[in-house]
Design a binder for this molecule. Sequence first.
Ligand SMILES: [Zn+2]
Ligand SMILES: [Zn+2]
Length: 246
Amino acid sequence: MTTARKIKEFVSEQYPYRTEMHAHTKPVSGCSEVPPEQLIEIYKNLGYHGIVITNHFFMGDVFSDPSRSKEEKLRWYLAGYEEAKKAGDACGLHVMLGAELRFNENFNDYLLYGVDYEILSDAFDYLEQGLSVYREKGMPKRGVLLQAHPFRSRMELADPSLLDGIETLNMHPGHNSAVGLAIAYAKENKFPITVAGSDFHHINRGHEGVAALRTKVMPEDSFALANLLKQGDYVLELGGEAIVFP
Ligand SMILES: [Zn+2]
Ligand SMILES: [Zn+2]
């Protein structure tokens, strides 16, 4: 066995649990081709232990539809997670709730971990007001908010003081997320939290399972995941092979 392989095995054994941090289901994410059940099947077959459903949370067609109540909109949103959770429970894949927020102020996306219905319900009220007001007044302290793929086109760099970190390694094969720049930017700003995500949307395009968070224990839920990110005891994995230190 080569030294590189031994090192990989050694680190993998220390951090055995693999979680997808960034995944979208249809129809809640209109850009995704993958219904929740299929998503779970794919990740189960790839040997993942967990997945965070991070559907787009923004003023799109459904959220801005005046004929639906806020509660209906939130129920519609959560259905994607709930269907995934049900399928995950049936096959032994741990499904957690997250969200990818976009405020009306620009095209930036923010991954939010440590969420539940109430927290999303509050976040809904801040979509119009923007990141700084949300961070100041709306976001619970125990959550973790990361700017997703900050160097992708149309993104603006958010004020670092409003972030817990960034998604350095967004591996979506259809976008150039300039990951080298993102890593340099994270170092420069000393962001305590950096993560990797597949930003999974598409089937049969080399998109599934291209990134993972590896941990010593499987976080029980979205809140435990946020805590774990704050504690920093994790490594990242790319392409089911390479271990990357955050
Ligand atoms: Zn999308
Ligand atoms: Zn995404």
